[in-house]
Ligand binder design. Sequence first.
Ligand code: AMP
Length: 632
Amino acid sequence: MAKAVGIDLGTTNSVISVMEGGESVVLVNSEGNRTTPSVVGFKDDQRLVGQVAKRQGVLNPKGTIFEAKRFIGRTWDEIQHEAERAPYEVVKGDDGGVRFVVAGEQHTPEAISAMVLRKLVSDASEQLGQKITKAVITVPAYFNNAQREATQNAGKIAGLEVLRIVNEPTAAALAYGLDKKGSETVLVFDLGGGTFDVSVLEVGDGVFEVRSTSGDTHLGGSDFDYAIVNWLADEFKAEYNVDLRKDKQALQRLIEASEKAKIELSGLPETTISLPFIAMDPASNAPLYLEKKLSRSKFEDLIGSLLGRIRGPVEQALKDAKLSKDKIDEIILVGGSTRVPAVKKLVKELLGKEPNQTVNPDEVVALGAAIQAGVLTGEVDDIVLLDVTPLSLGVETKGGVFTKLIERNTTVPVRKTETFTTADHNQTGVEVHVLQGERSMAGDNKSLGRFKLENLPPMPAGAPQIEITYDIDANGVLNVSAKEKSTGKAASITIQNTTTLADDEVDTMVKDAERHAEEDRVRREGAEARNQLDSLRLQAQKAVDEAEGASDEQKQPLQAAMDEAKTALDGNAPKDELESKGQALAAALQAFMQATAPQAADGPDDGEPTTEASPADGDDDVIDADFKPSGT
Ligand code: AMP
């Protein structure tokens, strides 16, 4: 059987692994290295990938694309600030996405990532002596649908069949947990070149369940590099009044020297950064040299605020998993940046435990991806892999309420169906507004897409039974479908690149939801009270319309209660008033029904309205949440 590989398509470096003799092993590239820089260089007519591309970046800053992963699946609006600090040209594409421009030619982040994948796979094919066509590719746990899709497309462009997109921390735990027997709670701390993920997993008996994930996709080793770059450039400017950041070539050299210094400081207390001929003195036109000593403590000082951003996601991940830090059995370090001593120290401080360092942090993700590839091709048995949704998913219901179908941190793949109904009589369509977030009101959450279920036959409010199904596949891609049960009318949507969720927004949204919890509760209860009163008013109106023999005297109290309800609804009355009007109206409706009911009691149900707001009693799935009328 053809082998499938596991690929850690990293922001800075990528690694490819395969199962050999029941073991996951890293494959070396054509230069003999186990990691390949995720860098593509365009030079004359040549396309260079990996180390050669990285090396010529100094002389070719505009033609050397690195960190394409920061841009993949993102819109220009989300990522503009990152585009501005890149030494190469990044522009907004016609579709609102991102394009790299080299020598007048535009390249998508997918196309650049595909070039990296192609090199990894062709070197691996060479080494294995067989053509590789199938792969599992990893992404940060916080990647949204658009980013996952775009990564999958990068694989397709590279000629690969992407068997599965797997979260990086999950892959790491997979590599780590294979040999484990008992059940353990593992915290995966992944600080790579450009992203930071924390995940809490239950590992045991071949099952890996992600309990929670948190992170910051704008935090990584390259931010440490930029901290040094900025310090060097500021010092240089103070001394010579030349801003090295304005010269792309000098900037590229500064970035490389800063990364080198940072790596050295993981093993040494001090290092020296030397950059000869870095600029020309504007006054004398003489060449300028940069030579600076950097101590580990100064470096730790420079990255202090970046380190401060590690705490929040760690605490959030523990909170979401409903665990205190002493319940964590094992801490796995992933990503080259966990080699920074201050990072290791901080992890220990935050979790009160020494992290496990037996797994190579640069390779562990790719090793896990190869195991997953082995599972999918039948080479590895007895492992089930479970991931979770990072945010809750739901639908907008009447009154702008956000009704959740899938709670955040639910294990995927998952399929959930709920039955909804209409709010108004003779509504011929409903609009399904799909949202993601933690706030009670739809308007405060992220809109993922909308679609309409139309051409419903006229029915009383509450009569249609509209089944809404949310289906998230193993890659985290969401399909939403709606079906009216009595007519069979159906419509659906696949959430792809419609609107993307900026990843740091996930964190913000969770925190916002906590901060506004009380206010949201009040608004939600207010909206629910309104909805109840409104549907009661509709029922009362229907009862009046249908009670042919009723006298004006009988109708009058009910009409008065209906008028009062309408005044309260139109006047945006507070919840208490809405509720008391609701009680009065319910009592008036009941009295009216009794007074006008036909004498032959207990006959077969002829569809008389009841005072119950729920339209389909006895069915657990039917919830009392109504759609807004479709946009007519
Ligand atoms: P990864 O995305 O896991 O390949 O991590 C790459 C990041 O780790 C880059 O920012 C590297 O500069 C950084 N890195 C690699 N080795 C070290 C080290 N020994 N000390 C500090 N940072 C490192």
